[in-house]
Design a protein around this ligand. Structure first.
Ligand code: F6P
Ligand code: MN
Length: 335
């Protein structure tokens, strides 16, 4: 068991022997991890820290912001703006990009995040997390602009999340598989708990918000109907269902034991391609899932191949165990 390897050591080794990451990216990831520790502390205090409840404001997507959404956003910005490794940041909680102020040196990376995913779980002491994605600023671009962020997910140079559950665990890829680190609160360090995380190709567990069933498209209905028919149906096996309502927690379960997660397009808001955001939710999660041997599509196309049109673009998401994701994609393309 590699429990003696800290995130710092893992990143230094990635930089030194594997050559996967330049020193500036290593620094950036260390800073993101430090910010996640800070967020974890605020989350842990809960009502004692006065951090629960609504902030009585809305983000650009029209969602009510919780106090912790705003706190987490501020922690990430304050931690990352002065280090010299970043050119700009983008967040679910900010309308437009945040360019590193002139008083600090500008680096070559772009950081995107959902500061607190699953915020409806905050006040019920349920699983929540921070999702992040790192891109390189295109070389041709002098002044950093919003369009620099509009890169397909396959261009990411690092991606991950930190889940604030019974344990605080940071999950990371720099393109060399997926590694998990749990926060040791006595030492104050993230320690490696698993390397080369692999998702089984088959599963008997699905995650979808079933209350939307009447709004689904026919192929989604067909897939879930077949699962629900269990042993007696065309799949010939029983399925279990889980839905935490925090993508970070549902994806963490899938990375831990397999499964398939779906937040598909539906008829409630037919003009929107889906609920989840491409750049700071679907892309980082899709890369992690692919790096762990799974698959991720918008039901028709690999998510990492999608060329984004705007910063807060939404997308339909199906990800997890490869054979199930391929089956769901087949049901859509056979339509
Ligand atoms: O960020 C959006 C999100 O909170 C995801 O984390 C989660 O998977 C989903 O929305 C839950 O949506 P719903 O409340 O519709 O089930
Ligand atoms: Mn989210």
């Amino acid at each position: 068991m590699s429990s003696k390897i800290s995130l710092t050591r893992y990143l230094v080794e990635q930089q030194r022997s594997e050559g996967h990451i330049p020193s500036q990216l290593r620094l950036l990831l260390e800073v993101v991890a430090r910010a996640c520790k800070g967020i974890s502390q605020a989350v842990n205090k809960g009502a004692l820290g006065g951090v629960l409840g609504t902030a009585h404001s809305e983000n650009v997507q029209g969602e009510v912001q919780k106090k912790l959404d705003i706190i987490a956003n501020e922690v990430l910005i304050e931690a990352n703006e002065w280090g010299g490794h970043l050119a700009a940041m983008a967040s679910e909680e900010m309308d437009s990009i945040y360019v590193v102020p002139n008083r600090y040196p500008q680096g070559e990376y772009l950081l995107l995040f959902d500061p607190l995913d699953g915020s409806s779980n905050i006040d019920i002491n349920g699983g929540i997390g921070t999702i992040f994605s790192v891109l390189k600023k295109p070389e041709a671009s002098a002044e950093v602009e919003e369009k620099d962020f509009l890169q397909a997910g396959k261009q990411q140079v690092a991606a991950g999340y930190c889940i604030y559950g019974p344990q605080t665990t940071l999950v990371l890829t720099v393109g060399d598989g997926v590694a998990m680190f749990t926060l040791d609160r006595e030492q104050g360090s993230f320690m490696l708990i698993e390397e080369n995380v692999q998702i089984p190709r088959d599963t008997q567990e699905f995650a979808i918000n079933m209350s939307n069933m009447r709004h689904w498209d026919a192929p989604v209905k067909r897939y879930i109907d077949e699962c629900l028919q269990g042993k007696e149906g065309p799949r010939g096996k029983d399925f279990n269902m889980r839905w935490v309502a925090a993508m970070v927690a549902d994806v963490h379960r899938i990375l831990s034991r397999g499964g398939v997660f779906m937040y598909p397009w539906d008829r409630r808001e037919p003009d929107k391609p889906g609920k989840l955001r491409l750049l700071y939710e679907a892309n980082p999660m899709s890369w992690l899932i692919e790096q762990a041997g799974g698959a991720a599509t918008n039901t028709r196309q690999r998510i990492l191949d999608i060329e984004p049109g705007k910063l807060h673009e939404r997308v339909s998401v199906v990800l997890g165990s490869k054979n199930e994701v391929e089956r769901i994609t087949r049901y859509h393309t056979a339509q």
